[in-house]
Design a protein around this ligand. Structure first.
Ligand SMILES: [Zn+2]
Ligand SMILES: [Zn+2]
Length: 257
């Protein structure tokens, strides 16, 4: 199973793309602005989108993606998300005012896009790759995922979250974790803002990583943009995470599990 990072920033700016990962060539995990770097051919190969939550930085490219592949696909694109997330997409994106409702186009019976509601605790299989849906603690209903490759490699993504027990307990319930992408949005000076907006800052992340029984390769993602801020977050992670080795995730990083 290949993972290609299309975007992993908390915002936009020159060279920055928001959260989106391509799994093999047919599954998108979140649909941030990184999707816009894919070619027509790459976009038309995407069959499934798994969303963590409804925030704009994670879904903004979905309406444009569906429009781009409209003429090229024979089977509908399946959007997997919690019911609350699907409601937001229907009400605020695909509502004919912001964008056409592609779940009804060209006809309701042969639509180019369809929704599949998923629930925390469920495990969904797509051609040998399994997605375990894990609830996390963000300002809107949000899930992370534990994804197992056909070869048995295990990748987990936190989605957007702050301090929680659910994600770490779900990962500890299994005996393997190879690769972890976890968010850290703010520097420690914004500890209160991190709690309010339900993101991690380095201190909160360091406290939560102590709950994890595994020793995966850890990649930090979703830094809020701004060179000074990003450098501060990284430096504080070096201090706070201590012996936990980690790297900062970057667009175009690829992984093979
Ligand atoms: Zn969010
Ligand atoms: Zn986000």
């Amino acid at each position: 199973m290949k993972i290609r990072v299309l975007g992993c920033s908390g915002g936009i700016g020159a060279g920055l793309r928001t959260t989106s990962y391509l799994i093999d060539d047919d599954i998108l995990l979140d649909a941030g602005t990184g999707v816009g770097d894919l070619t027509d051919e790459e976009m038309s190969k995407i069959r499934h989108v798994f969303l963590t939550h409804s925030h704009l930085d994670h879904v903004t490219s979905l309406p444009l993606l569906v429009d781009s592949i409209f003429d090229h696909i024979k089977e509908p694109l399946v959007v997997h998300a919690q019911a609350a997330t699907i409601d937001v997409l229907k009400t605020h994106f695909f509502n004919w005012d912001i964008w056409p409702d592609f779940a009804e186009l060209p006809t309701r019976e042969s639509a180019v896009m369809t929704y599949k509601a998923i629930k925390p605790g469920e495990i969904h299989e797509i051609s040998g790759r399994t997605f375990e849906v894990i609830p996390v603690n963000h300002i809107v209903p949000t899930v992370g995922y534990r994804i197992v490759s056909p070869k048995g490699g295990v990748f987990a993504f936190s989605g957007d979250t702050t301090t929680n027990d659910t994600f770490w307990a779900a990962l500890n319930a299994h005996d393997r974790l190879d690769l972890l992408f976890v968010e850290v949005a703010f520097e420690d000076a914004h500890l209160e803002l991190s709690k309010l907006s339900r993101h991690y800052c380095p201190q909160l992340l360091a406290d939560d990583l102590k709950k994890l029984n595994h020793h995966p390769s850890i990649y930090l993602t979703h830094f809020n943009p701004g060179r000074e801020r990003e450098e501060a977050i990284y430096k504080e992670c070096l201090t706070q995470l201590g012996s936990k080795a980690f790297k900062r995730l970057a667009a175009n990083d690829t992984f093979d599990l």
